[in-house]
Design a protein around this ligand. Structure first.
Ligand code: SF4
Length: 371
């Protein structure tokens, strides 16, 4: 689990506390996580396990009463907790984007879809000039390969190639290219009639269309890492399947990694390459999806999988994990799962187990493994 150059993101021993009137909530207790280039990593766990706090820490969107008390968040070689503010902002803008569960909360109701996409690109013209120029050049290069490039387009291609080298672009030219790029992205997320969509307001769109718009707003930045937080939870099953299919297609097209946060193991099975299981602010198990479903090692993961309803189960029989998620103002000592664990023994409340590689590429945080 050491960070390597194969990783676009490495989170090491991340600790986050929340200061509340009731006391200090120890929300993240040393989270270790890595996302490899080009993979989809699923982050699963119950509500309150720390999935979203992990995502918000990475994005720098923690609320004011939160405090990062330790650890590292390394994005493409840069530690987001120690670099200068300007560097961090640029790294975040350039390298990652986030899609949230409820598009209506994040879409501005009084701005058209197109204006909201252009607003993102205009937050930093210096960062996004190469992006919009490269997008237009991709179209022109494609036309050149197909032999359909007009004389005017040949001149435009030459001038854009020069601009790309100099990294300068006038405001009007930037706007023209940004608009064409935004419409193309709306088409890419399979929104019908993208030119018309560009001029529509969020209230005129269905739930699935709004989520596609949010994905377009994330993709427009050409992120190396896309963080998707429960993005299918509020959608009906058919639209959910369409959005997952779209994400899978886009991942290959844009050559990005995805950190997919969900409580739904069916979503993980559908789209992820690897999965990390979270419990009470810790990553307790990480493995490739097939391996985790076949050989769950951590007693919590075993409980989660046993709780999935199966068509062949005896009627009325549904297993659940005994007890409830602990209050993280007073988290259990040692292994935070010990009050609920059917395999707990004397050592478990005394100290926190380390994350060990129990099988090749299969990590678990439990004293039952690793000698
Ligand atoms: Fe259970 Fe102990 Fe393993 Fe924790 S360390 S999961 S309490 S057996």
């Amino acid at each position: 689990m050491d960070g390597s150059t194969q990783d676009i993101l490495t989170v090491k021993k991340l600790q986050v506390n929340f200061h509340t009137f009731a006391g200090q909530v120890k929300a993240l207790d040393g989270v270790d996580l890595s996302v490899k280039r080009g993979e989809v990593l699923g982050l699963v766990g119950e509500s309150g396990s720390g999935k979203s706090v992990t995502a918000l820490s990475i994005e720098g969107l923690l609320p004011q009463n939160a405090e990062v008390v330790g650890g590292q968040i390394i994005l493409n070689g840069k530690d987001l907790l120690t670099e200068k503010q300007g560097e961090i902002r640029t790294a975040r803008l350039r390298e990652m984007a986030m899609v949230f569960q409820d598009p209506l909360t994040y879409l501005n109701p009084v701005l058209t879809v197109g204006s909201q996409i252009l607003e993102i690109l205009e937050t930093d013209r210096r960062v996004f000039t190469p992006v919009v120029v490269a997008a237009r050049l991709e179209d022109l290069n494609k036309a050149a390969r197909e032999g359909t490039l007009t004389e005017k387009e040949t001149r435009e291609k030459a001038s854009l190639e020069a601009l790309l080298a100099e990294q300068t672009l006038g405001r009007r030219e930037f706007k023209r290219l940004a608009k064409a790029y935004a419409v193309a992205i709306l088409g890419r997320v399979r929104l019908p009639e993208p030119e018309r969509m560009f001029k529509m307001y969020p209230f005129e769109l269905s739930g699935g269309m709004r989520q596609r718009t949010m994905i377009a707003m994330a993709l427009v930045r050409r992120p190396a890492l896309l963080i998707a937080d429960e993005i299918t939870t509020a959608l009906d099953v058919t639209v959910q399947a369409q959005i997952l299919k779209l994400l899978r297609e886009l991942k290959d097209q844009i050559d990005a990694s995805i950190l997919l946060i969900t409580h739904d193991l069916a979503v993980v099975a559908e789209i992820c390459d690897r999965v990390a299981v979270m419990y009470a602010g810790n990553i307790v198990e990480v493995a490739e999806v097939g391996e985790l479903f076949k050989n769950p090692l951590h007693p919590y993961t075993q409980g989660l999988l046993a709780a999935i309803p199966r068509p062949d189960a005896v009627r009325g029989e549904l297993t659940s994990i005994k007890g409830s998620v602990p209050n993280l103002i007073y988290p259990p000592s040692g292994c935070r799962f010990h009050p609920r664990c059917p395999s707990a023994f004397e050592k478990c409340p005394l100290s926190k187990p380390p994350l060990v590689e129990a099988r090749a590429g299969h990590y678990v945080e439990c004293f039952l493994y690793g000698g």
